[in-house]
Design a protein. Structure first.
Length: 142
């Protein structure tokens, strides 16, 4: 599944880029995160509660796979457990518009195992979560 969107944020690109690539800022924007373990500035793990009945938690290993400050970042996350897993590839392109920054994002999500049949149910949840994450990023840089 693919989700995408854009947002104009009232902050300079450098600050927006820093927030989008900071594991602690990102983890704090996601309400379903139970724990974040930072290995280094480019690798971290999130333990996430899957929003489905009786679904187990899901450990996602994040890697910052492309860095072009302050204009672009690409993240890769993969993880799972006994019941299935997920892979997420996301990229953020940042464009300065005066003192503001336009964020354009694309995220490709793939679910495996028992989570795969629920993909259609998870699509609106993923889209809402992307918007909530951008809301939180916007609040953190304003």
């Amino acid at each position: 599944m693919r989700i995408e969107g854009e947002r104009l944020v009232d902050a300079p690109r450098e600050r927006v880029y820093q927030a989008l690539t900071d594991p602690n800022v990102v983890a704090a924007t996601v309400p379903l995160v139970e724990r974040v373990d930072v290995r280094d500035a480019e690798h971290w793990d999130l333990v996430v509660k899957v929003p489905l009945p009786v679904a187990p938690t899901l450990k996602l290993e994040f890697s910052l796979v492309e860095k072009r400050p302050p204009e672009r970042a690409r993240l890769h996350a993969t993880g799972g457990g006994l019941m299935g897993g997920a892979t997420v590839d996301s990229q953020f392109d940042l464009t300065a518009e005066g003192e503001k920054t336009r964020i354009r994002f694309v995220a490709d999500l793939q679910f495996r195992g028992a989570l795969a049949p629920a993909e259609r149910l998870l699509e609106p949840v993923a889209q809402r979560q992307a918007e909530r994450t951008l809301d939180a990023i916007e609040r953190s840089v304003s």
